[in-house]
Design a protein around this ligand. Structure first.
Ligand code: KIV
Ligand code: ZN
Length: 514
């Protein structure tokens, strides 16, 4: 295997930017920080933290990530204009390793129809953008949006000019996922051969998944000289998503003869990162998803199980431990003490303050009273809920629901509203089409926040007949989507917790005005 620096493929994670652009995947400020911390723990090389000009909230979260996250390069996205680039710099400049990522479209379709400019104008804008970015920061990335549908000679001329202007990474996106691997690999080879100063920059690729080829195209690019891959956790992103980080890194790890390159990702952190992103965004991972789906390492048929018992290599091309799928079936219950619980937290990779651990232990005890066995998944969910940083303005105090055949579903709900340590008890009743609908209507009456319920999913966390129900809701309020998650052994309670979780996010986002 080649071991020099040039042959390291660096991983540029854009879960917090392109990933967050996928419908309904928006995250709160605290949630973005949690994801950034975990990306750093997984050792990604570059975190694209957001698009600072797009909103005040995005600016603030990019800035906080730049201030707090150590290790990876922290990158912000900006269009090729002065205001975008300056704002981007003002957000990322706090990082020890800041990067400005500026972009403009280079395909005739985008130039003429979207930008309504000429090729020459776009060329000049690209060069000026890179020069301005370079005046702030040494590390500058330029992206030629829709590169794969651009005239290749024009694309090469822009790439050469931006490198001359100071770009240290040149990104070739397959913005609409239109390429196929042989074609995309050839494009990268052409750029490598024809751009005179290409050795002064890293070639990067950014492949969307509209034809399901994002990962294959990224790997074809690596074979042809790309040394940065832009990707997201679980492949989330615009439309059909982006190339999935976990799939690319495991392909490189599993096929070293085909990809004789180094990488810095700690693959054992993959599973935990995938779970975190899925839980926080509410974008569920399909069971048969490569690497991180629940079935990725499950063997059902008798022949396969027999083979596995004789030699795991018969049906496993990589080991689940390599991607951090928890091996342990250690189960905690109501007799488990503090020591066992804290040890389990540590084994699961959590490093938490002692007051947070104590608080979690109290929640664990309540849960263990309700269900016989507390599994790792239950513990992960408890931790994610506790540290997601969503301040609890409304908490549930009392619930009474009636439903049945020939009964009008009715709910009486009492919430405690806490603002600046002042508590107010609020109570309402409502009827609905079912117990959950009735409860949600009663909550709407109390909070005065009327939302559109866009999505509701219920699934069992962990196993056993007393498994906890986990409810994920997506609600729309004032044009934005909020994700809420709730858990309980009682599914109505889980549904109410999820709704309240989303409502609390709305209150926080609206500065407590509600
Ligand atoms: O898909 C795309 O082209 C992008 C660029 C901004 C890199 O996301
Ligand atoms: Zn993209």
């Amino acid at each position: 295997m080649v071991k020099n620096k040039k042959d390291t493929v660096v991983f540029f994670d854009t879960t917090l930017r392109d990933g967050e652009q996928s419908p309904g995947a928006s995250m709160t400020f605290q949630e973005k920080l949690l994801v950034a911390q975990q990306l750093a723990a997984m050792n990604v090389d570059i975190i694209e933290a957001g698009f600072p000009i797009s909103s005040e909230g995005d600016f603030e979260s990019v800035k906080s990530i730049a201030q707090q996250i150590k290790g990876p390069v922290i990158c912000g996205l900006c269009r090729a204009n002065t205001k975008d680039i300056t704002t981007c710099w003002n957000a990322i400049k706090y990082s020890k390793k800041p990067r400005i990522h500026t972009f403009i479209a280079t395909s005739d379709l985008h130039i003429e129809k979207k930008l309504q400019k000429t090729r020459q104008q776009v060329f000049d804008m690209a060069v000026n953008a890179v020069k301005l970015a370079k005046s702030f920061c040494d590390d500058v990335e330029f992206s030629a949006e829709d590169a794969s549908r651009s005239d290749v000679n024009y694309l090469c001329s822009i790439v050469e000019a931006v490198i001359e202007a100071g770009a240290t990474t040149v990104n070739i996106p397959d913005t609409v996922g239109y390429s196929i691997p042989s074609e995309f690999g050839k494009l990268i080879a052409t750029i490598k051969q024809n751009v005179k100063n290409i050795d002064k920059a890293v070639i990067s690729v950014h492949c969307h998944n509209d034809l399901g080829l994002g990962v294959a195209n990224s790997l074809a690019a690596v074979e042809n000289g790309a040394r940065q891959i832009e990707c997201t956790i679980n492949g989330i992103g615009e439309r059909a998503g982006n190339a999935a980080l976990e799939e690319i890194v495991m392909a490189i790890k599993t096929k070293p003869l085909f990809y004789p390159v180094n990488y810095n990702i700690k693959t054992k952190e993959i599973y935990k990162t995938s779970k975190l992103v899925s839980n926080l965004t509410g974008v569920v991972v399909q069971p048969n998803k490569a690497i991180v789906g629940v079935n990725a390492f499950a063997h059902e048929s008798g022949i396969h199980q027999d083979g596995m018992l004789k030699d795991k290599r018969t049906y496993e091309i990589m080991s689940p431990q390599d991607v951090g799928v928890p091996e342990s079936l250690l189960v905690l219950g109501k007799h488990s003490g503090r020591h066992a619980f804290f040890k389990r937290l540590k084994d699961l990779g959590y490093k938490l303050e002692s007051n947070v651990m104590e608080d979690l232990f109290a929640k664990f005890k309540l849960l263990a009273d309700k269900k016989k066995c507390v599994f790792d998944d239950d513990i992960n969910s408890l931790v994610e809920q506790s540290v997601s940083g969503v301040q609890e303005v409304f908490t549930v105090d009392y619930v009474n629901v009636t439903s049945g055949v020939g009964v009008i579903p009715t709910a009486t709900i009492r919430l405690v509203k806490t603002v600046k340590n002042k508590k107010e008890i609020l109570q309402e009743a409502a009827c609905g089409s079912g117990p959950v609908d009735a409860a949600y209507k009663a909550i709407d009456k109390i909070t005065g926040i009327v939302v559109d319920l866009e999505d509701y999913t219920l699934r069992a966390v962990s196993s056993g007949e007393d498994a906890q129900g986990e409810v994920n809701v997506k609600v729309k309020y004032d044009g934005a989507t909020y994700v809420g998650k709730g858990m309980s052994t009682d599914i109505v309670e889980a549904s109410i917790n999820a709704y309240i979780h989303a409502v609390n996010k709305i209150v926080i986002m609206h500065g407590g005005k509600k």
